[in-house]
Write a new protein. Structure first.
Length: 536
């Protein structure tokens, strides 16, 4: 319990000094495969641990040239790191995603023309008119970005023949081989009507192996519309089932959404793309966005069985990159929980210059947080009256971390159902990162895990097969020990929220956003156990 209890003491004492932070942020495109890991302590690792845990995140922002380095860490080219699990046995691999623009940039030794998120730091590095024409051509074939560095998903069969994808909010994901992380190719949507976007956070339809997502689509004339999509196991990326189509009040930038047992809930924020800004944007996506602080956030509820659309449910201005969970509390009421954050953080907070220079303790910027100080929010949607009410959660343990977190994770068996436990990452002044366990049913059970000069990332919940309670299981995450300047795989007891064991990695994992556990793949458990018996 010491790391949990030390949270307030260490932060109050002001002893953090960003040790090793810049090493945490360094590029690492090195490729390696199936390296065995050794657990640090003799603590027993659960025998039921199996499958493949994959992390996706930026790993390369430059190619040797002095020009055109990425200016935002979150747009660095993506790299996959996998952990094949069988009880205490773990094999560790890492490989860059070979998207067309990454391969071309590596061959050229400089970033090739493509859409980026932020401007370049140097004005002279901006695209020439000829390079802009090249980007326009890439837009017609779907290769204007192709850097799918934040998240992962599987459609298709729940085995190694499934379609494993690195995904982002662009329309073209990158397919990879789950066994060796090699890139299979890009998955392009149908050519018409035009697909304008993707959404990084796909969802499982509760009780099924179906996947839910949505697109903005557009014809040659007229405004775009929304298509809510279902991907059954027999579907390819190009052949989903359309659940519903509708035209919302605004065409917002949406990074995630919620599902319940019978509904999809989409929030349309007052953060929209203005296509008129394309000529002046120099093909930097964040230059296209406009945020109207006086506008409302409009939610729509789509019935997954009938395709009926309800809305808009209008609420005050809000933006959230991530939804936590949602469920139907009655036939006429939906509860939806989200993690708000200022949209401006997407551009400025994660700029490389800011991230590489976190403030020292005691500075006014010490309170600067990933969420901009915004706390997690619960919305109650009244389906009869088309009303929406907003409320917050108590902070009984009086921790600045507990209600200001992002990267939420739950026990996926409770997706779309009434639940209590949330797991997330809270970051202040960039480098002061804490892991949190939030009980939305009883805040007296909230817990925080913080270790000085250790930099933490999103957790993933693995349920104990013999467990009965919602939080019976363990959490997987990647940490970085700033003193040792070394990444590690961390197992956390999800019930007590205390560390179980860790394995230091021979190759570090730079700051990353999301991961995914694929229980259907990994080490051949039976064969491994047989081999071990023969060796003995």
């Amino acid at each position: 319990m010491l790391p949990v209890l030390s949270t307030l003491l260490l932060v109050t004492a002001g002893t953090c000094s960003n040790v090793g932070w810049k090493s945490f942020m360094r590029e690492n495109p090195t490729e390696f495969h199936d390296l065995p890991l050794t657990w640090e302590s003799g603590t027993r690792v659960p025998e039921w641990l199996s499958g493949t845990y994959v992390r996706n995140g930026p790993a390369q922002i430059s190619f040797g040239s002095e020009r055109r380095h990425m200016s935002s860490w979150i747009e660095g080219f993506g790299k996959l790191h996998s952990f094949k699990l069988d009880g205490a046995k773990v094999l560790y691999s890492g490989k860059m995603l070979d998207s067309p623009n990454y391969v071309a940039s590596k061959e050229k030794g400089e970033l090739v023309p493509m859409v980026t998120l932020n401007k370049f730091d140097n004005e002279e590095d901006e695209w020439t008119w000829w390079e802009k024409l090249h980007i326009v051509f890439k837009m017609f074939i779907g290769d204007e970005m192709g850097n799918n560095n934040p998240a992962l998903w599987r459609i298709g069969s729940a085995d190694e023949s499934g379609i494993y994808m690195a995904v982002t909010d662009a329309k073209v994901p990158t397919r990879f081989n789950i066994s060796d992380l090699s890139t299979i190719g890009q998955e392009y949507p149908p050519s018409y009507p035009f697909t304008l976007n993707g959404c990084a956070h796909w969802m499982r339809e509760p009780g099924t192996d179906n996947s839910i997502n949505f697109n903005y689509r557009k014809g040659i004339t007229g405004p775009p519309w929304v298509e809510v999509l279902r991907y059954r196991p027999e579907h390819t990326y190009q052949t989903p089932e359309v659940i519903a189509t509708f035209k919302p009040t605004k065409f917002s930038y949406i990074h995630s959404f919620s599902v319940t047992e019978n509904y999809v809930v989409l929030m349309f924020y007052p953060v929209v793309i203005n296509p008129k800004k394309y000529p002046e944007s120099n093909f930097h996506a964040f230059e296209l966005f406009e945020s109207n602080q006086t506008d409302t956030t409009d939610s729509y509820v789509i019935h997954t069985k009938t395709g009926a659309v309800r809305g808009p449910f209008r609420s005050a201005w809000q933006y959230a990159a991530h939804h936590m969970n949602a469920y139907e509390s009655s036939e006429s009421e939906i509860i939806m929980d989200i993690t708000p954050t200022p949209f401006e953080n997407m551009r400025s907070y994660v700029s490389l210059d800011n991230m590489m220079n976190p403030p020292e303790d005691g500075s006014p910027e010490m309170m600067l947080s990933t969420t901009g100080g915004k706390e997690i929010v619960r919305y109650t949607l009244d389906m009869k009256e088309t009303n929406i009410a907003e409320s917050n959660f108590p902070n009984t343990i009086n921790s600045r971390y507990i209600n200001t977190f992002d990267f939420p994770m739950i026990n996926e068996a409770y997706r779309g159902k009434k639940y209590c436990y949330l797991y997330g990452v809270s970051a202040f002044a960039y480098s002061r990162t804490a892991l949190v366990k939030k009980n939305v049913c009883d805040s007296t059970e909230d817990k925080v895990y913080y270790v000085e000069n250790n930099y933490m990332s999103e957790m993933h919940f693995l349920p104990d097969p013999s467990g009965k309670a919602e939080d019976d299981g363990m959490l997987l995450t990647i940490g970085f020990d700033g003193v040792r300047e070394q990444s590690y795989l961390l197992l956390i007891n999800a019930t007590t929220f205390t560390p179980m064991n860790k394995a230091f990695l021979p190759h570090h994992i730079p700051w990353s956003a999301h991961g995914m556990h694929f229980p259907e793949t990994g080490l051949p458990v039976a064969a491994n156990k047989k081999q071990t018996k023969e060796e003995l």
